[in-house]
Design a protein around this ligand. Structure first.
Ligand SMILES: *Cc1c(COP(=O)(O)O)cnc(C)c1O
Length: 455
């Protein structure tokens, strides 16, 4: 812990005065920040360097690879080789939250189950896999092995694997990104190294090693693992480093989720328009995953969609960066916060500057919640709906409650949608991971949650 310090030339007290939410953040209180800089979607899109055309291009690339996926990952065959997760209503969990909070929550509560995405069991199956596929496609084209109209099943061949074995892939990760990049890269034939931070779970390292991935372990946190990985990869022209903090490719891979969500909503007869707003709550680490998904959602649903980032109180780097306006120039450690959380996908002390800046005109706000609350909701969701998620994935679940509870968010809702419109809203909690957590580990989480609830 730092005892006293200045951050970008201001003392902590000066920051608190300039930006009141910093006091809550420093005290590790659960809190929220409303983005006063949000613009109309039309204006925000006009100023943005990325466009719908980019997202559609990413969507088409994933479709080209579908025949390959259906062949090498049979679990994706029923969906034709498309990696997608279900959306499901969770009315019993809604009732549990209402009883606990002694207040009714507006609209219907839904869960987007990226926890159950094939291959890596987390939201990282979107961006991580997409970036590796794009890299592989470029290499294959450059070597004259791939032409327009080819069936991408041929990526599953000795010729392609031999080509990719001349290349390597590196990534720094708290765990889940490593899983998705590692599994995908190894499967295509790349040599792949995952640089893991100290908080990464042992089972993730074991699983990667069992698939032929090199795992480097660091005693420090995520940003050091990334820095080391980037340094090593930078020396080698045959090495592609997946840069979680700055990659637009990852970001676009995540954004494709919104195109699929639109179809799923149509099938479920869920309307999204001014009279039927959509509120989305996204667990946020470095920001690429939730930022990319939120970006896609804003492109698809426009002003009818309201997106919030959710973070642990000990790692709320995105809220800190956005609230101070300094993005990646500040870290939670700068403010004396330890970045220790059970939510390993979210244990990030410094947010992506690229995401903070790009998403500034699109986001509605950010909030933080305690590890205890994630554990408690983990047990409640398991009991009420039979859905098992990892702690990170519960961060979004507190959003619908805070929308009613937190003065800054209530004010926001009052301005955006009257009560009768809120009653017709869709509240979507983005569940980012969990289906690959080993049973004993999950039971431990559940017991902990039950114990916290019984206090
Ligand atoms: C990585 C991750 C997130 C957040 O994604 P970022 O791109 O790091 O913001 C959320 N939940 C889980 C389970 C994750 O693994």
């Amino acid at each position: 812990m730092l005892t006293e310090s200045t951050v970008l030339g201001r003392t902590w007290e000066e920051w608190e005065k300039a930006c009141p939410v910093v006091a809550d953040i420093r005290a590790l209180r659960e809190t929220g920040w409303r983005n006063e800089d949000k613009k109309s979607c039309r204006e925000a899109i006009e100023d943005c360097e990325l466009t719908m055309a980019d997202v559609l291009d990413a969507g088409r690339r994933l479709e080209r690879f579908a025949p390959y996926f259906a062949a090498v990952f049979p679990e994706t065959a029923p969906a034709g080789g498309i990696i997608e997760s279900p959306v499901r209503e969770i009315p019993r969990m809604k009732a549990v939250l209402e009883a606990q909070e002694q207040r009714s929550l507006p609209g219907r509560l839904w869960l987007k189950m990226d926890s159950h995405l094939p291959i890596s069991g987390s939201i990282k199956a979107r961006g991580g896999i997409y970036e590796i596929l794009k890299t592989a496609e470029e290499i294959a084209i450059r070597h004259g092995l791939l032409h327009e109209g080819d069936n991408y099943r041929m990526f599953d061949s000795q010729t392609f694997r031999e080509l990719f074995s001349r290349y390597c892939v590196g990534v720094g990760s708290t765990g889940n990104l490593g899983l998705s990049i590692g599994i995908m890269s190894a499967r295509l034939g790349f040599r792949v190294t995952v640089h893991m931070s100290a908080d990464a779970r042992q089972w993730k390292k074991d699983m990667l090693r069992s698939k032929g991935v090199t795992v480097m372990e660091y005693e420090s946190d995520y940003s050091v693992a990334v820095r080391e990985g980037r340094k090593l990869a930078g020396k080698d022209p045959y090495c592609h480093f997946v840069d979680d903090e700055n990659s637009k490719t990852l970001f676009l891979g995540y954004a494709v989720a919104a195109l699929r969500l639109k179809k799923q909503f149509e099938e479920l007869n869920i309307r999204v328009d001014r009279e039927h707003p959509l509120f989305v709550y996204l667990p946020c680490g470095v920001g690429g995953g939730p930022g990319g998904v939120a970006f896609g959602i804003k492109l698809v649903f426009g002003d009818a969609a309201h997106c919030f980032f959710a973070e642990p109180t000990h790692s709320c780097c995105m809220m800190l960066g956005m609230a101070t306006g300094e993005n990646h120039r500040v870290s939670v450690q700068d403010f004396g916060i330890d970045n220790l959380t059970v939510a390993d996908g979210l244990a990030v002390g410094r947010a992506s500057g690229f995401v903070g800046q790009l998403m500034r005109p699109f986001m509605s706000g950010c909030y933080s919640l305690s590890d205890e609350r994630m554990y408690g909701m983990l047990a409640q969701l398991a009991d009420s709906e039979g859905v098992h998620l990892e702690p990170s994935a519960l961060a979004g679940m507190y959003g619908p409650v805070l929308l009613e509870k937190l003065p800054a968010f209530r004010e926001y809702v009052k301005q955006e949608a009257p009560a009768d419109v809120m009653a017709k809203s869709t509240q979507l909690v983005w569940a980012t991971g969990g289906s690959m957590v080993p049973k004993e580990e999950m039971e431990g989480y559940y017991r902990k949650g039950r114990e916290i609830l019984s206090r």
